[in-house]
Design a protein around this ligand. Structure first.
Ligand code: SF4
Length: 286
């Protein structure tokens, strides 16, 4: 089977566990404003290769991948656009060498389209770029409903996932959007890690080479404090969902948790000690 690829990195260390063979597929249906590989977008360019071509490249470096607990990661572009090719590649990597397989995806695909691929995928790196649908469309050219549906399917299949979110000052770091992200991720099964990636401008020269105007001109990379702030809001969202799941009631005014909803109906918040809160409390219906 043939596929269209953009490039290969034989020594990847950030896209999954251990040292990895990273294959960048050609073609993407999104056009993210922060994309550092806009030259992967066009589905009609890139290099045409066979699965066997890629396998013989991997074979040269196998000891590194094995010894480090690494494997192969297929990214892009959007790898699910060529799901048949990637499925065959992953199947062979597993059959020949028992290699760990990772798919790095934007999630912009129909779950049914990747069922066979998921059977030979050990880990999915899923980018959740923005929870607000309108802002998502502005940022990537498409809405996020399909992506969230894909994430929900991965959760249903209990597929191990690492969720990634790029923090772009003024674009993806609104406190409510981050809380919503935390709440969404907190409701998923199979999430092993949530990685916040600091926005960087390393791909700007590619936009210039392609004669495209860079949409985020003037946007700075986030500071360490801004990254910490983003973590905090995401954690708040996640913790709120966790409390809800555990059926714990919280004070509407100060946010402190107090007691199980099934056992306590009226209470005085220990933290703010205002009696009125006994009727302001949210009681879970579980
Ligand atoms: S999904 Fe990835 S490859 Fe596609 S436009 Fe967005 S950042 Fe670029």
């Amino acid at each position: 089977m043939k596929g269209r690829i953009h490039s290969i990195d034989t020594f990847g260390t950030v896209d999954g566990p251990g040292i990895r063979f990273v294959l960048f597929m050609q073609g993407c249906a999104l056009q993210c404003q922060f994309c550092h590989n806009p030259d992967t977008w066009d589905t009609g360019t890139g290099k045409v290769v066979t699965v066997e071509d890629i396998l013989s490249e991997i074979e040269k470096y196998l000891p590194y991948y094995r010894r480090s607990g690494g494997g192969i990661t297929v990214t892009g572009g959007e790898p699910t656009l060529q799901a048949g090719f990637v499925t065959q590649l992953f199947s062979e990597c597993k059959r020949r060498w028992g290699l760990h397989t990772t798919l790095d995806s934007s999630g912009f695909c129909e779950p049914d389209h990747v069922k066979a691929l998921m059977e030979v995928t050990d880990l999915v790196l899923l980018d959740l770029k923005q929870m607000n649908p309108e802002k998502h469309e502005m940022l990537t050219s498409r809405g996020n409903d399909r992506i969230l549906k894909f994430a929900a399917s991965l959760s249903e299949w209990n597929k191990p996932m690492w969720i990634r979110h790029v923090v772009i000052p003024g674009v993806t770091d609104d406190s409510n959007d981050l809380r919503a992200l935390g709440a969404f991720v907190g409701g998923l099964q199979g999430v092993e890690k949530l990685e916040l990636l600091a926005y960087h401008r390393m791909g700007v020269f590619k936009w210039q080479q392609l004669g495209r105007e860079y949409p985020l001109d003037g946007v700075p990379t986030p500071t360490e404090q801004e990254m910490k702030r983003a973590y905090r809001f995401i954690e708040e969202g996640r913790a709120a969902v966790e409390r809800e799941r555990e059926n714990i009631i919280t004070c509407r005014d100060c946010g402190q948790a107090s007691g199980q909803a099934n056992t306590v109906k009226h209470w005085i918040c220990e933290d703010c000690k205002v009696n009125e809160h006994t009727i302001a409390v949210k009681i879970s219906s579980k």
